[in-house]
Write a protein that binds this ligand. Structure first.
Ligand code: UDP
Ligand code: MG
Length: 133
């Protein structure tokens, strides 16, 4: 039996109209929602959230996109939550993502890829604190 973990999941502005299906999928995969909220990230908050990428060429496009409309932020729990959710989400570029993954189904480009999922336990803790503490 694997350890219970928490992870942070975001439905990005491009996928807000699919929020119901995306949330159902995540619940069907065995995740429980501990907390959930819909909010708008302004440019400052979006920049802070993605600060790790600030030197990347796609940073300003990413900040513009993430502040372009509402997002839904979910604090999720499950056994092995961090790596399991990354598998459900799929690769960063939806065109490379495996069939059945959320990004394959709902993403439309490498920036507009529908969802975010924490990539490690340490980052999950930081990202949960960023939104919920
Ligand atoms: N991104 C982008 N262009 C790229 C790579 C990433 O616009 O070439 C965006 C995309 O929305 C991605 C986010 O930046 O989800 C964070 O990038 P990361 O490499 O951390 O990908 P993820 O962990 O989300 O798969
Ligand atoms: Mg990442």
């Amino acid at each position: 039996m694997q350890e219970m973990e928490e992870t942070l999941f975001i439905i990005k502005p491009d996928a807000i109209s699919h929020a119901e299906s995306i949330i159902k999928r995540v619940e069907d995969e065995g995740f429980e929602i501990i907390e959930k909220k819909r909010l708008n990230l302004d440019r400052k908050r979006a920049s802070e959230f993605y600060a790790i990428h600030k030197e990347k060429p796609f940073y300003s496009e990413l900040v513009n996109f993430m502040s372009s409309g509402p997002v839904i932020v979910l604090r999720l729990t499950r056994e092995d939550a961090v790596s399991y959710l990354r598998k459900v989400v799929g690769t960063t570029n939806p065109s490379d993502a495996a069939p059945g993954t959320l990004r394959k189904e709902f993403g439309s480009g490498v920036c507009t890829n529908a969802v975010h999922a924490s990539d490690s336990k340490a980052n999950a803790d930081k990202e949960i604190a960023f939104f919920f503490k």
